[in-house]
Design a protein around this ligand. Sequence first.
Ligand SMILES: [Zn+2]
Length: 234
Amino acid sequence: MAYLVALDDGHGLSPTPTPGKRTPNIPGIGVIYENQFNRAVVNFLNVELKRCGFSTILVAPTDADTPLAQRVSVANRNRADAYVAVHYNAGGGSGVETYHFPNSTKGQRLARLVHAQVIKGTPQKDRGVKTANFYVLQKTAMPATLIEFGFMDDKALIEAKRMIDPLFQKECAVETAKGICQYFGVNYVPSTPIPLPMLRVEVDGEVLFDSQVVDTILEGVRKNLGKVISIKPR
Ligand SMILES: [Zn+2]
């Protein structure tokens, strides 16, 4: 039987976004809501875990701000083997911190393994593994962890902007999946890249590089936003 992982994308967007859970106004972007990030990471994480052979259950599959009691009860009722909540922090700091319930040995192990992977991969500052009496950590019957991947209101708004970067969202999901795999002693299965024809990326008429890798091409586009970019078969 496959392990069942309950996935919680903190907060909601509909009918109105959860009060307070948003970035300040970012020039040129506007306001980003916390759930936009949480939801995207959970969706990526769902794909990652399924590919690695896990079963998953989304405890808040709609855009509504599902009450915490309902989220936890879905996980408990389905006897999930682990509970993973995805959040983005606020309060003016920066970096990533990962929580477990105090005295939960298994929760601590899960939190530490996930945190170590996230710190290894993302550019975020390491704020460490911490304990808290958060409802979803306290009331869940299985090992649970809650990750705050960054700050919505960091001074430079660098982390705030990362919230809507699909490459960052995916990286957070991949590394969280690796930590979950380690916890259960399951091999992480990387995605098989979809073969593309060799593409040439040009910026302002100059050849930037040739590549068949989607992420590499996206990275090149991302670094050169605002310039004249062309991508064509070579
Ligand atoms: Zn949150």
